[in-house]
Design a protein around this ligand. Sequence first.
Ligand SMILES: [Fe+2]
Length: 299
Amino acid sequence: MSRTRYPGPVTEAKVHPHRLVEQGFASDEVLAGILDRYPAELFDINLYDYDAEGQVSLRTGARGRLSGSDLLAAIQQGRLWVNLRGVETAWPELWAAAMADFHAIQATYPGMKAVTNAGQLILSSPAARVPYHFDAAGVVLFHLRGRKRLFVYPGDEAHLAEVDMENVVARQTTEELPYTLAFEPDAQIVDLEPGQALTWPLYAPHRVENLDRFCVSLSMDYQTWPSRWRNGALYTNAVLRRAGRRPRQTDSMAVPELAARWAASLALKRAGALKSRIATLERDFEPQVGSTDGARALR
Ligand SMILES: [Fe+2]
């Protein structure tokens, strides 16, 4: 079975070594310090609940006023998923070390050349699970603490419809995709230990389950020229679809057509063709030490 309909240098989920753990980036002391210093506007704090069919509901949290060490304790005791965006600017020491590892990993894939990289540091509770989604980018997930299980699915039309990709790329929905338990036999399953980094094919849908321990990972996404062209073409197709047209799938386009649609997307974005439909989120809770889920409800 093809793991993705978007061929690229990464053809399956694969583990690589990295050196971030031994450089001390994931100790309690270092994490409490970075949580104290990290800009509040770069935090995403989520609480996920699942029903018996694996369907997710999401509550979102505000940073609140906990000290770094109390916030760390709330994550370690609770059921939280905390994402620190903008590592490339907000934690330059970690970023420099991660980029060195990224270049070593990239060198193992002939023809892979990232033109932009960005990172999110993810601190998550022992029982946290991330729902089925895809990233409109290549991803290297550097795992630093705890154990987590990655489920990586084929990026074909059955698991990832192009119209859903268009909506995500054009920010017309949040990134959750249609999901059913019937996808489970199709997953490539990888357990990650500290010191391991995982890559997977461009756009491959995936989900994550922590294996009963507090987890720390750096999720690095990267764009290549082919991924830029593809994202731009998906955006342009989203605009055409909203205008009642039925654009051809980007699957069937060669590079010149993808590049032309990417160029069109730049003009469309400048012209404000599609407003983001992702509303400014109302926050549901604040982290709290010692309460259920590590959260205190906000009104
Ligand atoms: Fe992801």
